[in-house]
Design a protein around this ligand. Structure first.
Ligand SMILES: Cc1cc2nc3c(=O)[nH]c(=O)nc-3n(C[C@H](O)[C@H](O)[C@H](O)COP(=O)(O)OP(=O)(O)OC[C@H]3O[C@@H](n4cnc5c(N)ncnc54)[C@H](O)[C@@H]3O)c2cc1C
Length: 493
């Protein structure tokens, strides 16, 4: 008889695992706290505008292709490549850098600031590329049964990379480039991991290779939510039911197995196998009530930024603004030191702007634009009071207006803001940390919350909060790793 599976959470991790399992003949059902699927990959439709509320691009597109192949389906959405990858503007200058994938074209923009940029960039990318190829398949795509297993796997990595382990991202980039502009721009990718270049290991400089050389960045036709709609359609074909507005709060267990998970209405949901797509640390603490994952213990770990996000509909086109844009200040080091701990950093915020309607005109009425802003802010441990949120948002809008040379304030017809409080409450994210646990050396691999449960042999975890880590391609890899674990367990029962 088909084994039954309950998946808690309809984020990308839960949906991808559901499809893998359903295709293998498991009887799958998904339970989701919110009123729609997608988790952090979500959508807001308001005042005639459509906004992607979380991710606005992805890398490693081949992971999605491999997922479709594993599930024996056509990829259920269309994506296109970004080039330039993004733009960067510093407050100190009107100049905007365009991060082209063509290194010669990119280098032209650094002619005055960084002599020999092209040579330096090629050397930097060669090193990042070697790091990528020597680590990703070996380390990222494996399940670990113990710390020893993990350490033995790490030992397979070419020892030539050992010194890199002891540097941070900033130090590694600074070995190749000298100008402030070049080092700051090439270090920005550390912020994509939700931390700063000063507290992110230089191992992650491999991301520069994924950006410029290996694959690049991609957008989805019609907006990122098409990824979710496409997978949900595939799940319908497999008769996978998703029950919304249902939050798992409790459980019952016997003989080292979870018998049922229990929702807010005390309804019991029973299955042979339980997969948790909710945050793997938070769920262990809040639902399984494990002391080592209590809120106080989690507070002592290192977490990624709390995002302040805003979604603006404006009745004008902004042709001078590219699709993905970073607006930085002039105090990079001081800002980076403060951004995750001190609300002072909000006096001169750094932020990211995505013009979704630039490439997806259907996402805004004619002649209008839908804009998505992300500003990294301290999580709720360090700033719990957001009564000043409108002032912070207004200061970003004012700064943006100056930077682009057009006052957008009178043009705003739709405005929505999510603070870390909203991110916490919507998706049960610890203290509103948008990307979850940071990727410090002691919080990745076998040190990250495991994708199998320590006590209950029929419980598994999937998503950004377990291995390998955050971001859409990593979540797709995570679904494959969880699927493997479930298949191994299933073969034994
Ligand atoms: C502002 C922002 C921008 C980002 N930008 C990018 C980007 O550009 N590119 C990129 O690759 N990544 C980006 N990310 C990261 C990416 O969104 C995440 O890594 C990914 O979506 C996580 O997917 P997941 O399935 O692991 O978790 P989630 O999406 O969080 O899904 C977990 C689901 O579980 C549900 N849930 C939680 N608790 C319970 C419970 N007790 N009972 C029932 N359901 C529950 C939640 O409601 C949620 O739907 C961004 C994230 C944020 C916040």
């Amino acid at each position: 008889m088909a084994k039954s599976v309950i998946i808690v959470g309809a984020g990308l991790g839960g949906l991808a695992t559901a499809l893998r399992l359903a295709k293998k003949g498991y009887k799958v059902e998904i339970i989701e706290k919110n009123g729609n699927a997608g988790g952090r990959v979500n959508r807001l439709k308001k005042d005639g505008f459509t906004f992607d509320t979380g991710p606005s691009f992805f890398s490693m597109s081949y992971e999605f292709k491999e997922f479709a192949k594993d599930c024996n389906i056509q990829l259920p959405f269309k994506y296109f490549e970004l080039d330039p990858l993004y733009t960067v503007n510093f407050r100190r200058s009107p100049k905007t850098y365009y991060l082209y994938k063509d290194i010669s074209r990119l280098a032209e923009q650094f002619r005055d600031t960084e002599p020999d940029f092209e040579d330096k960039m090629r050397r930097y990318l060669r090193k990042s590329g070697r790091l990528f190829h020597d680590t990703v398949d070996v380390v990222i795509k494996s399940n670990y049964d113990s710390v020893l297993h993990y350490l033995l796997t790490l030992m397979k990595v070419n020892p030539v990379h050992l010194p890199v382990m002891f540097r941070n991202f900033w130090q590694q980039v600074s070995r190749y480039f000298k100008s402030e502009d070049a080092v700051q721009i090439l270090s920005l990718v550390a912020f994509f991991l939700g931390r700063t270049p000063f507290d992110t290991s230089s191992v992650y400089t491999l991301l520069s290779y994924t950006e410029f050389m290996h694959d690049g960045y991609f957008n989805v036709e019609g907006g990122m939510y098409k990824i979710i709609e496409g997978i949900v359609d595939e799940l319908k074909k497999e008769n996978v039911k998703i029950t919304y507005n249902t939050e798992i709060k409790d459980f019952s267990a016997t003989d080292g197995r979870v018998e049922s998970v229990v929702d807010q209405h005390n309804r019991e949901w029973r299955a042979d196998i339980i997969v948790i797509n909710a945050d793997a640390a938070v769920f262990r603490g809040q639902v399984f009530r494990r002391p080592e994952f209590s809120a106080e213990r989690l507070d002592r770990k290192s977490w990624t930024m709390g995002p302040l996000t805003m979604y603006l509909g404006i009745r004008s086109k902004l042709h001078m603004v590219n699709h993905h844009n970073y607006y930085l200040g002039d105090n990079f080091r001081e800002y980076a030191d403060k951004v995750f701990r001190s609300p002072d950093s909000l006096q001169k915020p750094y932020y990211y702007v995505n013009v979704l309607s630039g490439q997806n005109p259907d996402c805004a009425p004619e002649g209008a634009e839908s804009l998505f802003f992300v500003c990294p802010v301290p999580d709720l441990r360090f700033k719990s009071d957001w009564s000043d949120r409108d002032q912070v948002v207004d200061s970003i809008i004012d700064d943006f207006s100056v930077r682009i040379g057009k006052d957008i304030r009178p043009l705003i017809v739709s405005r929505t803001v999510y603070t870390p409080v909203d991110w916490q409450d919507q998706f049960n994210l610890h203290r509103g940390s948008g990307l979850g646990l940071a990727h410090d050396m002691l919080q990745i691999g076998a040190f990250r919350p495991k994708n199998y449960d320590e006590l209950f042999k029929n419980v598994f975890y999937v998503g950004a909060s377990t291995i390998p880590g955050t971001g859409l391609p990593m979540v797709i890899i995570s679904s494959k790793l969880a699927f493997r674990r479930i298949e191994e367990y299933s073969a034994k029962i």
